[in-house]
Design a protein. Structure first.
Length: 129
């Protein structure tokens, strides 16, 4: 292989690497799903939200709960700009008499949740199923 041809090949390779590095610099969203039967999902989510706020990220929390009651997490995070949306819902998803299941709260309130995706950089949907 001649020196000129080698230099051209190396230049093409460098351009490919530079393009991949430029792509890696683009900010993208992330989805974190906490699952399981035990405790700790809410703690993990609020811990992640707190870290995001501490790093200057904009955070939104949508909670699907049986009734709206004051909570310490909200009292702590709202003064730091965290937006909360509390959606009252029944936690029971099935009807034993008819055998029918009601849609999960995240689906019933999907339009509100979808609208919030436009603003914050980090969203947490609590008790979505």
């Amino acid at each position: 292989m001649s020196e000129d041809r080698y230099q051209q090949r190396q230049q093409r390779q460098k351009e490919k690497v530079d393009a991949r590095i430029a792509e890696a610099q683009q900010e993208r969203g992330i989805l974190i799903v906490f699952t399981g039967n035990g405790k700790g999902k809410t703690t993990a989510a609020f811990g992640t939200a707190t870290r995001a706020v501490g790093h200057g990220k904009k955070v939104g929390v949508i909670q699907f709960i049986q009734r709206s009651v004051p909570n310490g997490e909200r009292n702590l995070l709202e003064p730091h700009g965290v937006e909360f949306q509390v959606m009252a819902t029944r936690l029971y998803l099935g009807n034993t008499e008819t055998g029918k299941r009601t849609p999960p709260p995240a689906l019933r309130y999907g339009s509100t949740a979808n609208g919030c995706w436009q603003m914050p950089r980090w969203i947490w949907l609590s008790s979505t199923n």
